[in-house]
Design a protein around this ligand. Structure first.
Ligand SMILES: [Zn+2]
Length: 343
């Protein structure tokens, strides 16, 4: 079974850079190395997903308290995890450390205030992050247990903690692990990736207090380095225009374009566009309109590792009607979103 890679940059983007004749040998080597490394995290993630499934089936209810603990570790450019724990990350002079601490804590507040959720497992799980992972490592990931952030090579990508959508995306993989338990291939894989983009983008909009109609809906806009920007890329993915030329990893737009065996970072295009379209049509803040509909399905549908996109579409249509009323603006917006991508 193809396991969750759960990193923000798809392998093929890194592999494409790795054999780009216009780049220096160092940049190519680094991109190649970053692509290869991700494979070695698969077995850890599978074990942690199994453990989460067991806990889900045997969980006592917990109460909503204050934010969970946020812990920060510094790998100091090595690859030994989790690294050295930082005693007072909020006041640390390293901006990567203080920023990661602050944004992770904001994410816990976002889950608690907006969705009444107590950390990603809804049981107060400590949110653990390691920064400065590896040398010029071009990725960020959720390994089933914690967040891991690379510094980027400074050319193709910069410090991965600079993207609040990146932080939100990765921690949302944890949310999926403790709810639907979606697999990471075919349609469930695309849904898995899309849920992370939806929550990553919502978190970025919430931090900027943006309306769905004025938000840019870009994923990875804040982590692109100058070499990427000089080639007119402005993002990794665009939820409003998944196939756009300004995307480093352009995606299918319509459900009919999804083919078996595609990387989930690509098949997430249609559900991303459905969510973005629904939020824009509903107007206002995404986390107050369509966001709660997605959250309702994710947290009420049970463990559904093989959930298809059309099943998810049906459940969100039903949830929108239940939460807002059959002919409500949100229910109509959710319907219009899925209709646009052929679901
Ligand atoms: Zn992901």
């Amino acid at each position: 079974m193809y396991q969750c890679q759960c990193q923000i940059i798809p392998d093929d983007v890194l592999k494409r850079w790795a054999c780009d004749p216009a780049l220096s040998e160092d940049l190519c080597k680094n991109a190649d190395y970053s692509a290869k490394l991700s494979k070695h995290f698969r077995s850890i993630r599978l074990e942690n997903k199994r453990l989460a499934g067991f806990l889900l089936e045997n969980h006592a209810l917990t109460t909503l308290t204050e934010n969970p603990e946020v812990t920060l570790f510094d790998c100091r450019q090595t690859q030994s995890l989790p690294g050295t724990q930082i005693k007072d990350p909020f006041n640390d002079e390293d901006p990567t450390v203080s920023r990661t601490y602050t944004e992770t804590d904001h994410l816990a507040t976002f889950l608690r205030k907006v969705f009444k959720r107590n950390s990603i497992d809804n049981a107060g799980m400590t949110l653990m992050s390691s920064v400065h992972y590896g040398k010029k490592y071009n990725n960020a990931m959720w390994n089933g247990l914690q967040m891991i952030y690379g510094d980027g090579d400074g050319e193709l990508f910069v410090d991965f903690t600079l993207g609040t959508d990146v932080i939100g995306h990765e921690l949302a993989h944890g949310l999926t692990q403790y709810t639907l338990q979606l697999d990471y291939d075919e349609e469930p894989g695309g849904l898995n990736e899309s849920i992370s983009d939806c929550f990553g983008s919502m978190f970025r909009q919430w931090r900027l207090n943006q309306d769905a109609t004025t938000a840019d809906w870009l994923i990875g806009h804040d982590i692109l380095g100058k070499t990427s920007r000089n080639r007119s890329f402005t993002c990794l993915r665009d939820m409003a225009d998944p196939g756009g030329k300004h995307c480093l990893a352009p995606q299918p737009v319509h459900f009919s374009e999804i083919k078996s065996g595609m990387d989930p970072h690509y098949t997430s295009g249609p559900p991303n566009l459905a969510f973005c379209t629904a939020c824009r049509q509903a107007g206002g803040k995404s986390w107050e309109t369509v966001g709660p509909v997605w959250y309702h399905v994710i947290t009420n549908a049970g463990q559904r590792p093989r959930m298809s996109m059309s099943e998810f579409a049906t459940e969100t249509r039903q949830a929108a009607s239940e939460l807002y009323g059959k002919e409500s603006a949100v229910a109509n917006a959710v319907h219009a979103g899925w209709q646009k991508v052929g679901l």
